[in-house]
Design a protein around this ligand. Structure first.
Ligand code: KIV
Length: 271
């Protein structure tokens, strides 16, 4: 019997059972009430309030500018919309690196002020003290390895990570470390499919991939990308399920035409 069909609320334990049962986990981003409600109603397992809100919602070039207060605002809007999905919230750049005490304070603020169920942060051994401290407060943590967009100025580009052996070995060691410390799941972003599959086989926590092939335990995409709202972003890993950009343009141009021609409002559309 499939685990995900039975559950009324997805928890970290449900995700673990899904992996054990060989059921793939579906995850999408959401940053606001209205879209989160649709995503949850559609039956998604996990909603990520990603720091990609910095790009998608605010139009920044990178994820670095978004603040903890802004993440809490997005997360609390999403939380008000959902009944079933597990909600994971990104700790933004600068809120956890370097100082495990402020990392814990940031995670506590997210949990208390938004009502979210868990947090995600980028990195392996470099941030392990922060991860351990957050976990020790009973806050579930999702890891994120591979392409970690908060380190874009270190990488220099958004190309595929861990193609070389040294970086692949570090990624495997970091994945094992995150599992050992108690992370409940791990995102692997833009790495070779074979490497991601190896990690998913070698560790017991669910591995959610984005641009990491089909051999992992689940997939995540940015909602606005997969709906085709943003028509400028076309990486190889992205499957577009709609072209909302075109559909929204068409609706708005019809509205403009109707207003200009005085077709809208008609007799039935007024008091
Ligand atoms: O912020 C985000 O949307 C993410 C996903 C790309 C995994 O971290």
């Amino acid at each position: 019997m499939s685990v995900h069909k039975e559950v009324k609320k997805v928890t970290t334990h449900v995700l673990q059972e899904m992996k054990a049962n060989g059921e793939k986990i579906s995850m999408l981003t959401a940053y606001d009430y209205s879209l989160a409600r649709i995503v949850d109603d559609a039956g998604i397992d996990v909603i990520l309030v990603g720091d990609s809100a910095s790009n998608v919602m605010a139009g920044h070039e990178t994820t670095l500018p978004i603040t903890l207060d802004q993440m809490i605002y997005h997360a609390s809007s999403v939380i008000r919309a959902i009944d079933r999905a597990l909600v994971v919230v990104d700790l933004p750049f600068g809120s956890y690196q370097g100082n495990s005490r402020s990392a814990l304070e940031s995670a506590i603020r997210i949990m208390k002020e938004s009502g979210a169920h868990s947090v995600k942060l980028e990195g392996g051994s470099e941030v392990i003290e922060s991860i351990s401290r957050i976990l020790s407060a009973g806050i579930p943590v999702m890891g994120h390895l591979g392409l970690t967009p908060q380190s874009i100025y270190k990488f220099g580009t958004y190309t595929v990570r861990a193609k070389e052996e040294e970086e692949a070995e570090k990624l495997i060691a970091d994945a094992k470390l995150l599992e050992e410390k108690g992370c409940f799941a791990l995102v692997l972003e833009k790495i070779p499919a074979k490497l991601a599959e190896k990690v998913a086989k070698e560790i017991t926590i669910p591995i959610i991939g984005i641009g990491a092939g089909g051999g992992v335990d689940g997939q995540v995409l940015v909602l606005h990308d997969m709906l085709g709202i943003n028509n400028e972003f076309n990486p190889r890993f992205l499957r577009k399920y709609n072209n909302l950009y075109e559909q929204i343009i068409s609706s708005i141009t019809s509205y403009i035409d109707d207003v200009r021609s005085s077709d809208f409002p008609n007799d039935k559309e007024q008091y």
